[in-house]
Ligand binder design. Structure first.
Ligand code: G3P
Ligand code: MG
Length: 429
């Protein structure tokens, strides 16, 4: 099989570089590449923290995995989307960070942050929203389409009598009352803020004052203003040997304070980020876009979602997989309703018929690695299909604890093993 293996390419390049046969390379047309393998019908969803990196440290298996995923020119051979619950940076910055960590070009279109699906929530884009989080929160909010953005810091400055916990930050003398501050119509929680006491106090003030924290209200407004939250991870893995507080811990504090103060439940208009299905539907859309851009004609039918956190990565992938299964079932039923005889004939022996119902994605397999939240430094079970049951539910209050949803299709040691396992399943060299 006269194929241009990597070695021969490198040696040819080196030969060219060294000038041996310098002339020859010039003169000789590039030897015929072996026919490119058939276009991929599968793709990958990669979690970041605990799978590719631990804080600022790159997990060595990540580089091996992406070497296997790319061709000699560093081009990915299959569609890849990076699906993280992080949200304290710009998409572009995360793409640059990944390019550096993995040694290949990652484009912002391949990165989904916890808040990326907010661009779909256009009904809130013209409302005056209070945003909480850290890093470029305001810029992220504007990039997502929000026109009227108020930060916690701006609110704190406008109403300096609200943030009283840290005595060193209390106003030295009584400030004049603020009168012209816009009424807040919604709250967007992007991720873990710094100074939790300030964000907790001011968010609760806004909810209890229906958006006018300077005003005094008779009754507690309920339902309260819409609250959208991104990233429900209670814990995540950075460099430390034990998991770190995630945004889910902040939400837990907020929910319990609101409950204790009002006797009522804090309600979310939307919970975004893994494990919510809207995030995976967005990933499916980006995967298809990438395949199209690469000119890979075969429809992408199967996804492999690799993660370290059973409560978000595995729960999310399994929830999305059951969504795909039921969507397919609905289509078959719809087709049958449309024309019973034709439909049944069609669906069986002409699967392409399903295309007209534009759900070509068939499955999303969840692969759990042991380099992050899950069992920290435990060894992967001998057989990847051995089931691992989680006992304590670290998932968010509003996601039901269904043990089958936190059970990974496969458990492997690290991301390189995960990629090799998928290649094997796809019979992909
Ligand atoms: O804040 C990020 C953390 O919650 C988890 O990130 O990449 O593991 O989804 P990731
Ligand atoms: Mg992770």
């Amino acid at each position: 099989e006269a194929c241009w293996s990597q070695e021969s390419q490198i040696s040819a390049a080196k030969a060219a570089a060294r000038g041996h046969g310098a002339a020859a390379p010039q003169a000789q047309p590039a030897p015929a590449r072996c026919p490119t393998p058939s276009p991929p019908a599968f793709g990958f969803l990669f979690d970041i923290d605990g799978v590719l990196v631990r804080g600022s440290q790159v997990i060595p298996a990540a580089r091996d995995a992406f070497r296997a995923l790319s061709d000699g020119d560093g081009q990915l051979r299959v569609p890849v989307v990076f699906l993280t619950n992080a949200g304290n940076c710009l998409r572009k910055a995360k793409a640059e960070e990944l390019s550096h960590a993995l040694g290949l070009q990652v484009s912002p279109e391949q990165v989904i942050l916890s808040h990326s699906p907010l661009r779909l929530f256009s009904e809130f884009h013209h409302k005056c929203v209070l945003v909480a989080g850290q890093g470029p929160v305001e810029e992220n909010a504007r990039n997502l389409g929000f026109k009227h953005v108020v930060t916690i810091e701006a609110l704190r400055k406008a109403f300096p009598l609200l943030d009283m916990v840290d005595q060193s930050r209390r106003p030295k003398e009584l400030p004049p009352p603020t009168t012209d501050f816009p009424t807040i119509e919604g709250v967007i929680l992007f991720g873990e803020p710094v100074r939790w006491e300030t964000s907790l106090q001011l968010i609760i003030d806004v909810l209890l004052s229906n958006g006018n924290p300077g005003a005094e209200l008779e009754d507690i407004p309920y339902p309260h203003l819409p609250v959208l939250a991104c990233n429900m991870d209670l814990l995540w893995m950075a460099e430390a040997k034990m998991p770190r507080f995630g945004h889910g811990t902040f939400l837990l504090c907020l929910e319990n304070i609101y409950k204790k103060v009002t006797g009522r439940e804090l309600k979310y208009e939307a919970l975004i980020g893994k494990p919510s299905t809207v995030t995976y539907r967005y990933a499916e859309y980006l995967i298809k876009q990438q395949a199209e851009k690469q000119g890979w004609k075969a429809p992408i039918r199967r996804l492999y979602a690799i993660g370290d956190n059973p409560m978000s990565d595995i729960y999310g992938a399994n929830l999305y997989n059951s969504y795909l299964k039921s969507a397919q079932q609905n289509q078959v039923e719809a087709a049958v309703k449309r024309s019973p005889v034709a439909a049944s004939a069609q669906t069986e022996d002409q699967p392409e018929q399903r295309e007209d119902c534009n759900i070509s994605m068939e499955s999303c397999e969840s692969i759990l690695v042991c380099t992050g939240v899950y069992r920290h430094n435990a060894e992967a079970p001998g057989n990847p299909e051995e089931c691992v049951t989680e006992t304590v539910f670290h998932g968010h209050r509003d996601f039901c604890f269904d043990p089958s949803l936190v059970e990974a299709s496969y458990v492997v040691q690290d991301v390189h093993d995960a990629v090799q396992l998928a290649f094997k399943k796809e019979n992909w060299s």
